[in-house]
Design a protein around this ligand. Structure first.
Ligand code: NDP
Length: 352
């Protein structure tokens, strides 16, 4: 279906998002952090986590009991474990402030974790891992969401769409990053298709009778499917345990129980792990050249990784994850972004 779209600059996108958040009652720091997060996603054509999310943030603030202004509180629970208690606010501010602290800890201890708890998270995970890898670290992130996905063989939603992200630093170019739901698609991808009058691919969801469907509305009313059957199902289960039981926060089904207004804003935790490559091989400059002369040569790890990337790219039809986003980023920085005109009007009215 062809829809009327309007082109706006990234500055305008940021301003619209920030004003909508301020009008809704978010504190200036939260409004700015949310606006930076959604503008970055819109810029990278990660549309389901871009401006599209602003009405969710606004509605969740009004109806889900999200804090508009809680400042993240940081503490250290072990030498290599930091905790950010978000006080039931959205997570972007804690993530922006927490990742530099995590990077510092990881450089010191070799590996460190940031446990982000009592947060609402409706964002993609690549911003935090990309930021850490840009800072020279290997990073991973995991979060649960709301009960949307049937476990392999089941028909009822239980797991969240539970994404995980991974980033690897590269010398002189942006990091390698992947960020993927453990379901066949993110929920936002189905919602965007419903908004735009499109169907969804086979294998994404079943309807409420347990039958395969390509109708986004039937999929949202039924259950999403894990990617790769039992394999994606086990990854979703692992993420429930890491972001829920390990951090002392909610499972997706518990987050659904506390979202009484059905806003779709998931309350819970996010686990981020950062590793300093130079801390993994003592001295020397390659795996195998071992001595005890202190941290290893970071550049050697990175050069070694490039050999793998070259082999991947030598095969026709391949690309590295994040390359699509980086290409979109360059394009959007030059040309701005295109959003449906009706949606632009909705954002303008939220921003008043
Ligand atoms: P996709 O399936 O679109 O992409 C997953 C990853 O695979 C991306 O890193 C993508 O890179 C990469 N990729 C895609 N095609 C190729 C290819 N041909 N070769 C190599 N790499 C490729 O993402 P999902 O739909 O699974 O998830 C979308 C987003 O939703 C994620 O950012 C996730 O964090 C978010 N999400 C958030 C949730 C929350 O509760 N906060 C819940 C669930 C999902 P590229 O970006 O360059 O295309």
């Amino acid at each position: 279906m062809s829809i009327d779209r309007i082109r706006i600059s990234l500055d305008d996108a940021h301003e619209l998002a920030e004003r909508a958040c301020l009008s809704a009652g978010f504190s200036p720091d939260h409004a700015a952090a949310i606006a930076r997060t959604v503008t970055a996603a819109e810029r990278d054509e990660a549309v389901s986590h871009g401006l599209f999310r602003i009405p969710f943030y606004v509605r969740a603030l009004r109806e889900a009991g999200v804090s508009p202004d809680a400042e993240p509180e940081f503490s250290q629970t072990a030498p290599a474990v930091l905790r950010a208690d978000c006080g039931y606010a959205f997570s972007p501010l804690a993530l922006e402030r927490g990742t530099p602290r995590l990077a510092e800890r990881a450089r010191d201890t070799g590996i460190a974790a940031l446990s982000v708890v009592n947060a609402y998270n409706v964002a993609a995970l690549w911003p935090e891992v990309e930021r850490l890898a840009t800072d020279g670290l290997v990073a991973m992130a995991y979060t649960a969401s709301l009960s949307y996905v049937a476990p392999a063989g089941g028909r009822e939603p239980l797991y969240g769409t539970n994404p995980m992200a991974f980033a690897w630093p590269r010398e002189g170019r942006p990091p390698l990053v992947f960020d993927q739901a453990s379901s066949a698609s993110a929920r936002g991808e189905i919602q965007v298709r419903m908004r735009d009058g499109d169907t969804i691919p086979d294998g994404w969801a079943i309807d409420s009778d347990g039958q395969p469907t390509t109708d986004p509305a039937a999929a949202l009313a039924g259950a999403q499917l894990p990617f790769g059957g039992h394999k994606g199902s086990s990854i979703a289960l692992m993420i429930e345990l890491l972001a829920g039981a390990l951090l002392g926060d909610l499972f997706s089904f518990e987050a659904t129980e506390v979202d009484r207004a059905g806003t779709g804003a998931p309350r819970g935790g996010e686990l981020i792990i950062a590793m300093a490559p130079e801390r993994f091989v003592p001295g020397g400059d390659r795996a195998g050249d071992r001595d005890d002369s202190g941290p290893g040569d970071r550049a050697a790890h990175l050069t070694h990784a490039e050999r793998l990337f070259e082999r991947v790219l030598a095969q026709e039809g391949t690309r590295l994850p994040a390359d699509r986003r980086y290409a979109a980023r360059k394009r959007s920085e030059r040309e701005g972004v295109r959003i449906p005109r009706t949606f632009y009007e909705e954002l303008r009215s939220l921003a008043r």
